[in-house]
Design a protein around this ligand. Sequence first.
Ligand code: HEM
Length: 127
Amino acid sequence: MDLTPQQLLQFNGSDPFKPIYVAINGRVFDVTAGNSFYGPGGSYAIFAGKDASRALAKMSKNEEDVCANLDGLSEKEMGVLNDWVKKFEAKYPIVGRVHFSMSSFRFDSPSLEIDGPSSLEALEFML
Ligand code: HEM
C-alpha cells in the first residue's frame, strides 16, 4: 500500500476505528498494538500518522523534528534511528510505504500555487 503523507495523517489514532500508523524511513508500520504509546494521550502520540524518522534519530518529541528529513544527522543519531528500525521491525507489521509524487501533491492540494511560498511550506511538511 502506498500512502501520501496526507493519507498517512488519517491514521493518527484520532479515529478509534482506524489502525494507527507510524512511518520510519518511508516504511509504514501498523503500531495499533502500541496504542497506549501512540493513541490519544499516549507519550508518543505526536508520532502517529507521521514519518517520525528524524524525531526518533534525535530522541526528540519536538513537533518540528517529526518528519522524514535526515539532513545533518550525526553518525550516532543515524545509529539510534537504525536501532529504532530494528525495534519496530521486531514488534510491528509493515503495511506499506509513504509515497510522494508531484501528481499526488497536485491532486491533494489543488489550491496551492506551485511556485508560491505556501507550496514550499507544504513540501517542507512532507519531507
Ligand atoms: C524521560 C524520558 C523517557 C522515558 C522515561 C521513556 C520511557 C519509555 C518506556 C518505559 C518505554 C517502553 C519500553 C518498552 O516497554 O518497550 C518507551 C518506549 C519508547 N520510547 Fe521512550 N522514554 C523517554 C523518552 C523518549 C523520547 C524523548 C523519545 C523520542 C523519540 C522516546 C521514544 C520512545 C519510543 C518510540 C518508544 C517505543 C514505543 C513502542 O514500543 O512502540 N522516548 N519509553
